[in-house]
Design a protein around this ligand. Sequence first.
Ligand SMILES: Cc1ncc(C[n+]2csc(CCOP(=O)(O)OP(=O)(O)O)c2C)c(N)n1
Ligand SMILES: [Mg+2]
Length: 192
Amino acid sequence: MRRFEATQLTLRLAGDRPIVGNLGPTSDELWHAGHRDRNFYTYGNMGLCSSIALGMALATDEQVISLDGDGSLLMNLGTLASIGREQPKNLIVVVWDNEAWGQTGHQTSHTGTGTSLEQVAVSCGIASSSTVTDLEELEGALSSAIATDGPHLIVAKIEEAGYLPVAPVEPEFTLYRFRNTFVDPQQPAPPH
Ligand SMILES: Cc1ncc(C[n+]2csc(CCOP(=O)(O)OP(=O)(O)O)c2C)c(N)n1
Ligand SMILES: [Mg+2]
């Protein structure tokens, strides 16, 4: 399955739910698939996508979707332990697993040599963990995750077919736009 098609599918199923994108092509493809105020594009901060999504999930009742990467999650496995400990019902982590640190030269990651992020997640207490290999399976796993209490983790095995142009996003604007979608119009605007 191609990550871009998988991202388009995720956006279609996500409705208005906030989506946090891993750095690099994951966030670029999220922008190209459908830029919206509730896309939180991360930039440079490898390993923190699902940690940021966990923080958001704990701060709101809304369902939050994290689009992480295998290499980034491997660099911060502690986030899986924290998700397992906190048990946020409203967090869905999708890992785009190309078995590589793709954007820095496609070096093979641990998932290409035997590490199962699904099993790591289960042993951290994320009981609803699965691995999918095509769009149909992803649609089933994501629809079910959206319809039930989490936390959920879906490892989606993906292929890449070149990179789309880098998305024209600025971290400060991303934060401003994203945060404003949570502002209650009846309340005074928060200080910047
Ligand atoms: C702390 C830190 N170390 C290294 C990097 C360089 N770096 C940026 S992205 C990346 C690989 C990310 O791999 P993955 O999450 O699997 O995403 P993919 O590139 O495969 O889409 C690396 C090593 C970084 N940005 N920050
Ligand atoms: Mg990768």
